[in-house]
Design a protein around this ligand. Structure first.
Ligand SMILES: Nc1ncnc2c1ncn2[C@@H]1O[C@H](COP(=O)(O)OP(=O)(O)OP(=O)(O)O)[C@@H](O)[C@H]1O
Length: 279
């Protein structure tokens, strides 16, 4: 039977399968901070749809609302306006967060925030412990993740015995432990030296490809945003709005040498000009 014939028959059968809702959908999202002295419209009218397996970088000048946006996505800060849907389910109902949606997210911050008295494996398994998974199951998953993030041989080490890059690997493994629908990262490599950061970018790409993760990644660094992202979303400050979205089409896995390509330099320059124009 020809493909064309098959399509005709399927259409004749009627009901096409309903399209899966996007991984993340923001509509008209805004955030206002009110203090005694002032009211700040930190974010205004953010519309953004992210599909399964997409890696989206978020850049913008200091104060444009990147962290505020990530905290709203992570269920830590309620939006004042708009809707945030994770696979079609509403994250916020007014200022009340749906904890069953939050439990499907993984978050990594600039600081790894590990428990100093827990080993690498126990830190990775913490979310599984909190949700009541059995010990053997936790251990197995934590071992698998330690290997995924390149920490085999360090399973029994304590955070104080690790470098900054290794601590962030633990934080990434911990965030992935529950198979999150969405991985949210706020400047995860911001405190690392340039070489370690470069290595972590390669590692993160490898991990994201291996797990088909959907990632929202906040950074100040334009080159990092372009290297990692399928799309780079740029925000303008006061109020924070989306000023543009750049598609980055380099094939994956990307090698660090992609940064020396003329097209890479062109995208970075255009983004820098776009952000400079917003001062
Ligand atoms: N809790 C708060 N109360 C009042 N204003 C706030 C609060 N948090 C953030 N803001 C304001 O909201 C705006 C956005 O801040 P946010 O930290 O999200 O920016 P950012 O883009 O992440 O900045 P940076 O790159 O410097 O981390 C800023 O003007 C900031 O002063």
């Amino acid at each position: 039977m020809s493909a064309h014939h098959a399509e005709t028959l399927d259409a004749a059968a009627g009901t096409p399968a309903p399209a899966a809702p996007p991984k993340l959908e923001l509509t008209g999202v805004g955030k206002q901070f009110r203090t005694k002295r002032a009211t700040t419209q930190a974010l205004d009218d953010i519309d953004l749809t992210i599909t399964d397996g997409e890696f989206v970088s978020l850049i913008g000048r200091s104060g444009c609302g990147k962290t505020t946006l990530l905290r709203m996505l992570a269920g830590l800060l309620s939006p004042t306006e708009g809707k945030i849907l994770v696979e079609g389910r509403s994250l916020w109902d007014g200022s009340t967060v749906d904890s069953s949606v939050v439990s499907q997210l993984g978050v990594v911050f600039q600081e790894a925030n590990l428990f100093p008295w827990y080993s690498v494996l126990d830190n990775i398994a913490l979310p599984l412990q909190l949700r009541g998974d059995g010990k053997a199951e936790r251990r197995e998953r934590a071992r698998e993740l330690a290997e995924l993030v390149g920490l085999q041989g360090f399973e029994k080490s304590y955070p104080r015995e690790l470098s900054g890059g290794m601590r962030q690997r633990v934080a990434i493994a911990r965030a992935l432990s529950t198979h999150p629908k969405l991985l949210l990262m706020d400047e995860p490599f911001g405190a690392l030296d340039a070489l370690t950061r470069e290595r972590m970018n390669l590692e993160l790409q490898r991990i994201a490809l291996a797990t088909n993760a959907t990632v929202v990644f906040v950074t100040h660094d334009i080159a990092e945003a372009v290297f990692l992202g399928d799309r780079v979303v740029h925000l303008t400050p006061r109020p924070g709005r989306i000023s543009g979205i750049t598609h980055v089409d380099f094939a994956r896995p990307r090698d660090i040498d992609v940064e020396t390509e003329a097209e890479f330099g062109k995208i970075v320059r255009e983004l820098r000009h776009a952000l400079d124009g917003e001062e």
